[in-house]
Design a protein around this ligand. Sequence first.
Ligand SMILES: [Zn+2]
Length: 171
Amino acid sequence: MNPSPCRLLEDYLVHDLQEADQAEFLAHLDHCFDCRQTVSEQRELDSLLVQSIGRLEPIPSRLTKRIERRLKVRQQRRFLAVGMVLVTTAFGILLLCRATIDSWHRSDPPLPEVLQGPTSQDSPIVVVTFPRSADVVAIREKTDSPNITFIWVYSGRRALPVPSSREVGRP
Ligand SMILES: [Zn+2]
């Protein structure tokens, strides 16, 4: 007997599924009320977090410009040093942590892993992943610049109470 696709729910929510498992889980969603409801609640929560970021901590308007300028200077230096004809577009990521300094120091969460990804124009040059033990939720916020994306990082995601199926009135 095959294990239930419900087991993939947690990994789906943190975008940690391989392609085949993702397809299996998406097909499963059509038939499983519990998983569908949990995914829906997670999306709502993500949406609320994004809204609250916009309201509480707007990214300073000049920050994006400053980062772009620095990227440009770095690109020019690289261009001169290597003598390349084409300089690939740089992709900047600034990790903004909303957690208090105290909580970071107390728990010392593992550092995110920064990978060099494919360098085509369509995909990001830098990929940031957090180990599962990092206990954070990260929200991507695009800017006007195609080269800059901010990532808001909130610690203690797993500290949020997860309602049991009875508490939210599931059958
Ligand atoms: Zn399910």
